[in-house]
Unconditional design. Structure first.
Length: 278
């Protein structure tokens, strides 16, 4: 394959992947991020976080011109055009449905929307500004499950019948519409393929650490599983058409992110002068 005729895109989870699970720092991944920027390879956040949260992070990482996939695939925000493309269900509908389930079936859980900012800070370790941004969700409702596993399976089935989906993240379960991190990534891939028609192909590198990253990793050409201190590696589908084997980091979070991106770029022999700039 002529790598100079391939346009590369990185789609990455944040918590536990590009951000450290415990302290949310990303500095260990800075060498790989800088190298990707030199190679003109976009880094696209694909996260459960809100738009308010990721815009701040993107600015910190000098990624203010890249699209942002938010709330587990519920929307894409194009920062340059200030344009939002929605795929998910509005949060108000989700919260109303959740409260009805407590009334009808007595399920035991705590909703994120019922918490104060201080409670969110205590539960997540976020500072006040970040916790306020985290609370500002539009397409998903995180919750902590306090009932049995049997009742959880039942609850997931009830949600599915109602047209919703429950995903398990690093700290919370998330109720949302029937979308996932692959939904907007697949849409974006088609959009970018048309935008970059001068290239032979578009290849997606995806990185994630948890089960809610599986759909995104499954549609990637180069899936990378990042080691988590609180979860096992995601289990991916086997695909005969995948360009590369599934990769697994030996280091946690951003250290593993940097490790695997640097290794992949070395294997692909990508150098700055080889990249065609559109």
């Amino acid at each position: 394959m002529a790598y100079s005729k391939t346009k590369w895109v990185v789609s990455t989870d944040l918590d536990g992947t590009l951000l450290d699970h415990h302290n949310y720092r990303w500095s260990a991944a800075e060498p790989a991020l800088s190298r990707l920027k030199q190679l003109d390879i976009p880094v696209i956040f694909n996260t459960s976080k809100t738009l308010q949260e990721v815009k701040h992070l993107a600015a910190e990482m000098s990624l203010s011109e890249q699209p942002l996939i938010i709330e587990n695939g519920s929307a894409i925000y194009f920062q340059k055009e200030q344009r939002l493309v929605e795929f998910g269900v509005k949060r108000g509908e989700l919260v109303t449905w959740l409260r009805q389930q407590v009334h009808d079936h007595g399920y035991q859980f705590e909703c994120y929307s019922d918490w104060s900012v201080q409670h969110i800070m205590d539960a997540t370790g976020l500072d006040r500004v970040s916790a306020q941004a985290s609370a500002n969700k539009h397409y998903s409702e995180p919750f902590l499950w306090h009932d049995t596993l049997e009742r959880l399976a039942e609850f997931m089935s009830v949600a599915d019948l109602a047209g919703y989906k429950i995903l398990r993240g690093g700290r919370f379960y998330h109720l949302q519409g029937k979308v996932n991190k692959a939904t907007p990534l697949t849409w974006l891939r088609q959009h970018l393929s048309e935008l970059w028609a001068g290239y032979d192909e578009l290849a997606v590198i995806a990185l994630g650490d948890n089960q809610n990253d599986v759909d995104m990793l499954n549609v990637a050409d180069y899936p990378i599983c990042i080691k988590s201190p609180v979860a096992v590696f995601p289990e991916l589908a086997l695909r005969s058409d995948r360009q590369a084997p599934i990769r697994f980091s030996t280091a946690f979070g951003p250290e593993g992110w940097n490790e695997q991106i640097q290794r992949l770029l070395n294997e692909l022999k990508l150098e700055t002068e080889e990249v065609l700039h559109g």
